[in-house]
Design a binder for this molecule. Structure first.
Ligand SMILES: [Zn+2]
Length: 111
C-alpha cells in the first residue's frame, strides 16, 4: 500500500524550446543553487525563482495531503497510483502530461 499522494521531483530541463539541454541527475534538494543559473548550452535561465517557489509549494501541498491520508488511515494500492509528468516554464506555469500513466492504468498496471 502507498500514500495517497507522493511527489518525486528531479532533474532540470532548459526552458528554451529550441534547446535540448537537460540534466536529470540534479536533485530537488539542490535546486536552490540553480536559481538564476544559465543553461550551459544556450544561456537561458534553467530555474527561475518563480518556478522554484511553485515546486516548493507543490512539495508542501503533497506532503500535507499524504499526512492527512496517513492520519485517517487512507492508502491506495501501488498499482492504482496515477503518475503525472510535470514541467515548469520559467514563469511559474506548470504543464502536465498524464498520457503514459493513463495508458498504464488502462492496461491494468502493465506497460
Ligand atoms: Zn538551453
Amino acid at each position: 500500500m502507498a500514500d495517497i499522494a507522493r511527489m518525486e521531483i528531479g532533474g532540470l530541463i532548459c526552458d528554451n524550446t529550441s534547446c535540448d539541454w537537460k540534466d536529470m541527475s540534479i536533485k530537488v534538494e539542490d535546486y536552490a543553487q540553480y536559481i538564476g543559473t544559465g543553461c550551459p548550452k544556450c544561456g537561458e535561465c534553467v530555474l527561475t525563482q518563480r518556478d522554484y517557489n511553485v515546486v516548493q509549494t507543490m512539495l508542501k501541498v503533497t506532503g500535507l495531503i499524504s499526512r492527512v491520508g496517513r492520519f485517517f488511515g487512507v492508502s491506495v494500492k501501488e498499482e492504482d497510483l496515477v503518475t503525472v509528468e510535470m514541467n515548469t516554464d520559467g514563469k511559474g506555469n506548470i504543464t502536465m502530461d498524464n498520457k503514459k500513466p493513463f495508458d498504464y492504468v488502462k492496461n491494468g498496471g502493465k506497460n
